[in-house]
Design a protein around this ligand. Structure first.
Ligand SMILES: NC(=O)C1=CN([C@@H]2O[C@H](COP(=O)(O)OP(=O)(O)OC[C@H]3O[C@@H](n4cnc5c(N)ncnc54)[C@H](OP(=O)(O)O)[C@@H]3O)[C@@H](O)[C@H]2O)C=CC1
Ligand SMILES: CC(=O)N[C@@H](CCC(=O)OP(=O)(O)O)C(=O)O
Length: 328
């Protein structure tokens, strides 16, 4: 029988670390390397754990993640970094296996995988097929807003939202943020879609725990290929055919909105952006209005699922040669 794989989660008491840990507890074929709670920031102790491990999950702020990578001496230790630190770095593989066969194969053979950011995951899944199939030019003026639950901001933002003070400014209404238009996911959004011009990206955080959706408008006359909404929808259907975690939802336009099929998946005329919570799924909607020559791509995920810990576990499964959807 094969020996159990040894796994260490650095940052285990944080939002992402706790979720990864919970998911790992369902495995019988791995052994978790444990660290005393009061030693969780002790570099010597962590160095020992890291170099004993087959796979290390880094669930740390960027600087701490970079510091830890410099401690790896065991050539067999594989790293999955959930931070932003290595998502555009040389020598690292971007952990979004559904983009193409080559992406998945690269993850299987990699010792350094960076887990995509939550907004970036939904954005890249929406834009990559269009650029890749030369439907959208790499310099298309992409705009996007993304609505997210507050868990995306980790422990400190969760505390701010869950403070019961009746004058708590965070719970009043959704908050657009990253107002300098320089969100930290822009680099990976460009690099992993092939876009050569920066998207105009505005995230919005709101007073619910988790669930995220990116919204990307498309003027169909500006595309390289003149596709109507339904044809655009067909591009996603074809691109993500056979992917277990990417679901291309039925096409939506004024006509289909009258159908029972569509009314089963939307609620009272609107989209529920928490519908993928507690799953590792991304669901892609294409909305179209051919008369106006416009379309909209909406992708929803659980920011803590496919946007963080679910994706990390999926990458681990691939890197250890397990079934990709094992325990997901
Ligand atoms: N929340 C989300 O939706 C997503 C988060 N991420 C990324 O995952 C990483 C972790 O985020 P998240 O779990 O939300 O953050 P949290 O703030 O919830 O947790 C951070 C963790 O890092 C530990 N930590 C902080 N500073 C140091 C340090 N200098 N040395 C060692 N340990 C340290 C904390 O330990 P302590 O218990 O001592 O505070 C805690 O365990 C981040 O890089 C984030 O960008 C990625 C995708 C989505
Ligand atoms: C609400 C909120 O603050 N969300 C975080 C993104 C969470 C995420 O994807 O994380 P990392 O890129 O840090 O891994 C943000 O926009 O910075």
């Amino acid at each position: 029988m094969n020996a159990k794989k040894k796994i260490f989660v650095d940052g285990m008491s944080g939002t992402t670390g706790l979720e990864i840990h919970e998911r790992l507890s369902k495995y019988t074929n791995i052994e978790l390397i444990k660290i005393d709670y009061d030693k969780r920031r002790d570099l010597d102790e962590r160095k020992r754990c890291i170099n004993e491990a087959d796979i290390v999950f880094l669930c740390l702020p960027d600087d701490a993640a970079k510091e830890v990578v410099s401690l790896v001496e065991n050539p067999n230790t594989k790293i999955i970094d959930t931070s932003t630190a290595h998502r555009t770095a040389q020598g690292w593989t971007y952990g979004l296996p559904e983009l193409s066969y080559a992406h998945k194969e690269a993850i299987k053979g990699s010792k350094r995988v960076s887990n995509p950011g939550c907004h970036a995951t939904a954005f890249i899944l929406s834009v990559y097929p269009l650029v890749q199939h030369n439907i959208m030019s790499p310099d298309y003026p992409v705009t996007c807003h993304s609505i997210t639950g507050y868990s995306g901001g980790g422990k400190s933002l969760i505390e701010k939202y869950e403070d019961n003070n009746k004058d708590n400014p965070y719970t009043k209404a959704p908050r657009p943020y990253s107002l300098g238009l320089n969100h930290k996911h822009l680099k990976e959004m460009m690099m992993h879609t092939g876009l050569t011009q920066s998207p105009v990206f505005l995230p919005i955080v709101a007073g619910y725990y988790k669930g995220l959706a990116t919204t990307i408008p498309v003027h169909t006359r500006l595309l390289n290929k003149k596709l109507n909404g339904k044809e655009l929808h067909g591009v996603y259907k074809e691109h993500y055919k056979g992917q277990k975690f990417i679901k291309v939802m039925p096409y939506i336009d004024e006509e289909s909105l009258k159908s029972d099929e569509i009314n089963k998946i939307i609620f009272d005329g609107g989209l529920d952006i928490t519908a993928c919570n507690n799953t590792n799924r991304a669901e892609i909607f294409v909305l179209g209005n051919d008369e106006r020559g416009i379309a909209m791509i909406i992708t929803r995920i659980d920011n803590l699922g496919k946007g963080a810990s679910g994706a990390a576990i999926q990458n681990m499964n691939l890197m250890l040669g397990f079934e990709e959807d094992f325990n997901l």
